[in-house]
Design a protein around this ligand. Structure first.
Ligand SMILES: [Zn+2]
Length: 428
């Protein structure tokens, strides 16, 4: 068994990166709303650029349960991709009334209808949106593509009050399990919870006992930022994995948003971890906008760095030659291409991006940061799959010790490693 590498297809420009790293990806994940944007383009891409790659679709039903401002654009209008998704799910009245979905509405809507519409979407939407030429070609070969697994429709449970949605989720799962034979695919439960619920043992047991009925599970813990979470939260995630696996040894469990800490949790039965081309290792359910800046993923800290922190670090470490850069910072093919002489400070600018950067600088930084990130991720997954858990913890310990002794970083920048080590070490 190996840790599977999942990558989300978020934007049209992700295509070139996904193609480049296709051999390193086990599963491509599409968010349902993303598929609704430029649908024909996405559908054709799947056939022409990723012809043999397995994929699945995250239905994101909860988008209509939460505050609708999350799915609105800057002008305060519901984004067209979500409008289209609402129509696909038969939930257009949510958009028309501009108020989030309630339990009463869901019951009135009909759980059978909702389940079937959402499973049909996952199974058929891509093929229904192919351009006519492609469709004709595939109709001839009969090689239509469908997702590897189906994801059960589910609403999120963010606090104790939300537990009242659990009964709806249970019924949606039961119905989906009943109709899944029609699609001839495994059906995975869809766990969407907050850290608060993760820490509530009674609630989590209650939820997992229901979700265990499915053929596997995908999960997203709201705002699970690996760099800032405390030891208890890590413990709780490990308990979740252990509990699930005790009941379902052969069933798979995938994290939809996770970074290196999640990857190490392979040791506790986590089968796969998903991130985006542009990071996406954690996500807030109720999120605000902002201009995304490219940041350099620092392998030794397993986190993205602000440009100013990287400039300071390169000055303080002190790295004088490219050879030292490869040794202490990164020796991936992208870094070797960019840092190709001993003038590190100057060449490193190819990775830097800030609000004042010109479009060209920003475009280059974006490309470089993403390629470097995907190279490092590839290495990380290989490391997890070839070393023992003890080895992996030892590597973290050595890195932590090395940074502490050398004083080239301030403690808040690397203290998360200490929190990870404390928890992980107790399992050796
Ligand atoms: Zn690199």
């Amino acid at each position: 068994m190996k840790l599977e590498h999942l990558i989300r297809f978020d934007t049209a420009e992700d295509k070139i990166f996904l193609q480049e790293y296709l051999n390193d990806i086990d599963l491509i994940v599409f968010n349902a709303n993303i598929l609704c944007h430029q649908s024909t383009n996405k559908a054709d891409t799947l056939y022409s650029s990723f012809p043999n790659k397995k994929f699945f679709i995250d239905p994101r039903l909860y988008s209509f349960q939460l505050n609708l401002s999350n799915i609105k654009n800057k002008a305060g209008k519901i984004k067209s991709s979500y409008m289209k998704l609402a129509i696909e799910y038969g939930l257009d009245y949510v958009i028309d009334s501009d108020t989030s979905l309630t339990i009463e509405q869901v019951l009135k809507h009909g759980l059978n209808k909702l389940s079937e519409d959402i499973l049909d979407f996952q199974n058929n939407f891509i093929n229904e949106n192919l351009d006519s030429e492609m469709k004709e070609m595939i109709s001839f070969s009969k090689q239509f593509r469908t997702p590897e697994i189906l994801i059960a429709p589910a609403f999120c449970i963010l606090d104790e009050k939300d537990l009242k949605w659990l009964d709806i989720n249970k019924k949606l799962l039961d119905i989906s399990l009943k109709v899944k034979d029609k699609y001839n695919k495994p059906l995975y439960a869809n766990l969407i919870i907050s850290k608060e619920i993760l820490s509530n043992k009674k609630a989590i047991t209650q939820i997992l006992d229901i979700y265990c009925k499915a053929d596997g599970m995908v999960f997203w813990i709201d705002d699970f930022n690996e760099v800032s979470i405390n030891e208890n939260i890590i413990e709780n995630l490990i308990s979740l994995l252990i509990y699930y696996k005790q009941k379902n040894q052969t069933k798979k469990i995938y994290s939809l948003y996770g970074g290196y800490l999640h990857q190490i949790l392979f040791n506790f039965g986590l089968n796969g971890v998903c991130h985006s081309v542009a990071y996406g290792e954690s996500k807030k359910i109720n999120h605000g906008g902002g201009i995304p800046l490219s940041k350099f993923y620092l392998p030794m800290l397993y986190k993205r760095m602000q440009p100013e922190s990287m400039i300071r670090l390169i000055r303080d470490i002190p790295i004088k030659t490219k050879k030292e850069f490869y040794e202490y910072i990164c020796n991936c093919p992208i870094c070797k291409k960019i840092i190709n002489n001993d003038n590190i400070k100057l060449t490193f600018f190819s990775y830097l991006d800030d609000l004042e950067a010109t479009d060209t600088i920003r475009r280059n930084a974006k490309y470089n940061c993403r390629s470097h990130y995907l190279e490092v991720k590839k290495k990380e997954f290989t490391l997890i799959n070839t070393r023992t858990f003890e080895d992996l913890v030892k590597i973290l310990e050595d890195t932590y010790k090395n940074i502490s002794i050398n004083h080239y970083m301030v403690k808040p920048e690397y203290i998360h490693l200490d929190r990870w080590i404390k928890v992980l070490k107790s399992y050796i």
